[in-house]
Design a binder for this molecule. Sequence first.
Ligand SMILES: C[C@@H](C(=O)O)C(=O)SCCNC(=O)CCNC(=O)[C@H](O)C(C)(C)COP(=O)(O)OP(=O)(O)OC[C@H]1O[C@@H](n2cnc3c(N)ncnc32)[C@H](O)[C@@H]1OP(=O)(O)O
Ligand SMILES: [Co+2]
Length: 142
Amino acid sequence: MSEFKIGPLNHVGVAVPDLEEACETYRTLYGATDITTPFDMPEQGVKVCFVNLPNSQIELIEPLNEESPIHNFIQKNPKGGQHHVCFEVDDINEAVDEMGKRGATVLGKPRIGAHGTMIVFVHPKNSNGVLIELMESPEGAH
Ligand SMILES: C[C@@H](C(=O)O)C(=O)SCCNC(=O)CCNC(=O)[C@H](O)C(C)(C)COP(=O)(O)OP(=O)(O)OC[C@H]1O[C@@H](n2cnc3c(N)ncnc32)[C@H](O)[C@@H]1OP(=O)(O)O
Ligand SMILES: [Co+2]
């Protein structure tokens, strides 16, 4: 087995029915001041923005359409909910290979994520009901 291991927590994904409303909640209820402008990621089926915190980010995601991978999640959780946890990895292809060897179900092929590096997801059944995103580190290898 390779030495592969997860690195820093990059972000926590929160699925929401309305991105603007969710941003407003982080602004007015929690006083968050650094919230990025929302943008569409059609290839991921989501509209995204980040609440930047000193040590991490909350990624707010709203489904773009009924084909979105988070469409069913919002149907089941109409007010939204915690959706995924994202860890950085040094090398996405190594991560995919090693996840497979370790018996996990990797969902699809790596794709470009919201930070401009490759991401891939591991099924929640493999990790106590938590959907895990693995993201190639923006700073390169650790
Ligand atoms: C922008 C980007 C970035 O950071 O760069 C992102 O994060 S994009 C983030 C959005 N993209 C993704 O999530 C892509 C990967 N996700 C997927 O492929 C999908 O969402 C699945 C994880 C396969 C779930 O799909 P879907 O909800 O349609 O399937 P399903 O209804 O059959 O659900 C199968 C089981 O998984 C559960 N389930 C669904 N979503 C879940 C979640 N987020 N966390 C924990 N459990 C979850 C369901 O309740 C169900 O449980 P039971 O079997 O017990 O009823
Ligand atoms: Co994410």
